[in-house]
Design a protein around this ligand. Structure first.
Ligand SMILES: [Zn+2]
Length: 279
């Protein structure tokens, strides 16, 4: 497969009616390669629609992923909230699988003041249960916990990579903007290359061949992420990141989450193409 495919997190702007099917068609028209379907406010798509989405995506040659609802916390205090979180992951996975997606992305948990090591064990246990359930149902999709941008959210790069080494069926959603916002660093070629090397060392070369990346400009404070920005309004050194991804021969999906969505997705794709041609 081609190196990296570029697309948007959610339906591109000015698609009317704003349906996933029209979004896929628009992605193809724009010459982009993928779309992340946002179930962030809940999984409202039915099975019939999911089959139509799959058909359209195949016809248009657009790869799909799905983002699970935001209302997930595998470290919630109340058992019923844990159960509801697991159900949201399962629901997303079921519908995403019918859509023909290969991955779902989710925000795993909040620390709620607990020690990170304790949260890690709790998240691991509940994710393990969710993965076992999917295995029993014979559903094979990559579940991708996301590297998170706020200090209050579980999901440092190390936490995500550790989970992925321990649980089968898990792979990272590497959100480079989040990691930059969270650390105030990781915004240079060398640092991006170090991250890719770390992924390779922890998860093997296969992980670089099967990446799922979130990218955008980002505003941040001492507490980490404040909000997403368009790339050119931010300090994010996306050219250096693309250069590192190219040099490490990373493959997979790059989902652009800038407010201007397709505009920055096209900018990233064009920049990456220029880098490829420079060889
Ligand atoms: Zn996310």
């Amino acid at each position: 497969m081609a190196g990296l495919l570029f697309g948007t997190g959610g339906i591109p702007h000015n698609v009317r009616p704003a349906s996933s099917i029209n979004g896929i068609k628009r992605i193809a028209e724009l010459g982009l390669g993928c779309l992340e379907i946002e179930f962030v406010q809940g999984v409202k798509m039915g099975e019939k629609s999911a089959y139509l989405v799959a058909e359209t995506a195949t016809k248009e040659g657009v790869k799909l992923s799905a983002h699970a609802p935001y209302f997930i916390n595998l470290n919630a205090r109340e058992p019923e909230k844990i159960k509801a979180s697991q159900d949201r992951i399962l629901q997303t996975t079921h519908i995403a699988s019918l859509c023909g997606a290969e991955s779902i992305v989710f925000h795993a948990a909040f620390y709620l003041g607990d020690p990170p090591e304790k949260v890690y064990e709790t998240v691991k246990q509940h994710l393990g249960e969710t993965l076992s359930q999917l295995k029993r149902e014979n559903i094979r999709l990559w579940l991708r916990p996301e590297v998170m941008g706020k200090l209050s959210a579980f999901g440092t790069l190390a936490e995500i990579l550790n989970l992925c080494t321990e649980l089968e069926g898990l792979a990272p959603c590497t959100d480079f903007a989040h990691w930059h916002a969270r650390t105030g660093r990781f915004n240079s070629y060398q640092e991006f290359a170090a991250m890719l090397l770390q992924i390779k060392e922890r998860l093997g070369r296969a992980a670089l061949d099967n990446m799922h990346i979130h990218m955008s400009g980002i505003a941040y404070s001492k507490k980490g992420e404040v909000k997403h920005l368009n790339l050119k309004e931010s300090d994010f050194r996306y050219v250096e990141l693309l250069q590192a991804l190219k040099d490490y021969e990373a493959k997979g999906l790059v989902i652009c989450e800038s407010p201007n969505l397709e505009e920055d997705a096209l900018l990233l794709q064009a920049t990456y193409d220029t880098l490829l041609k420079a060889d």
